[in-house]
Design a protein around this ligand. Sequence first.
Ligand code: SAM
Ligand code: DTB
Ligand code: SF4
Length: 331
Amino acid sequence: MQTQTIEFIRPVQTKVTPQRWSVEAVEELFKLPFADLMFRAQQIHREHFDPNAVQLSTLLSIKTGGCSEDCGYCPQSAFHSAGVENRKMLDVSEVVKAAKAAQDAGAGRFCMGAAWREPSKEDMESVVEMVKAVRGLGMETCATLGMLNDEQTEQLRQAGLDYYNHNLDTAPEFYGDIISTRDYQDRIDTLERVRKAGMHVCSGGIVGMGENLTQRAGLVAQLANMEPYPESVPINNLVKVEGTPLADTADLDPLDFVRTIAVARITMPTARVRLSAGRQQMSDAVQALCFLAGANSIFYGDQLLTTGNPDVERDRALMDKLGMYPFAEKH
Ligand code: SAM
Ligand code: DTB
Ligand code: SF4
């Protein structure tokens, strides 16, 4: 009995060589008793990071709505009627203004998102200007623009883009239930191009879309088995938007969301694991559990892309309550 207990709480050896994770092994992590899972996640978190430091990224939608893809979760798809107004691309000056405001509020990274399947040549010219300008403020830059070809990844790298976000979203075998207008392999190809061009990879997914436990484990295994795994891993809880096909999906048990964060931390020890969309609907207590499970990044600012996020005051109050601080500020 005692031997078994020791077996469960033994510190996990973190990687010297990249770890390979089978879906079954990841699923076993999900099935651990909650306390054991949290303990393992915290051990790994503390080996690699200051557990009280959190990275703050602010999102801005630089091109909203009217997207040609049919992603079942997304209010910006032209296939759905979620009431999102289609807007033309923002001017560089508007983007810089928003980035400065985010920086003044304490954000270290600024992420520019566009409702595109992929950017056009003209789109790229504007985005390059935006990236240069935001970088010029001294912020880390991130963009999420859809699929990219080799020329585009090179343009973004030269402009000074630090991170490119492109999510795998879910497990390969559940993907077809959610999106039909592009393949899983398209996403992997874009991520490989981003990596090859020398930018950091930000890739994660959405939970609470009706996936089963094996599929949730499948998403984490896909991410963890990338060589190397992404530097930044956003874990989104589905934001249910009326007018999208997933609007009536059953709620995910908040503890299952916390487990997903813990499993991401254990399988990707040095990644920034971001507690992403869905925070506005979460209590402080659940968010605190996510930080205990190894989340060390959040979207910061009252807006995600088209939906709400906790306002800066609420997040500052939460961080104060938990004794947490932005990771750049060493206390
Ligand atoms: N159009 C680009 C693309 O899809 O690659 C970039 C923007 S897209 C909105 C970025 C990511 O936002 C999606 O891959 C998805 O993971 C996330 N997302 C979109 N709608 C969401 C929702 N309702 N709830 C949670 N995450 C969502
Ligand atoms: C990510 O993983 N989540 C963000 C960001 N990357 C681009 C987007 C969340 C979008 C939530 C729905 C919306 O606001 O439109
Ligand atoms: Fe378009 Fe991105 Fe939304 Fe899919 S997730 S519909 S690609 S904006």
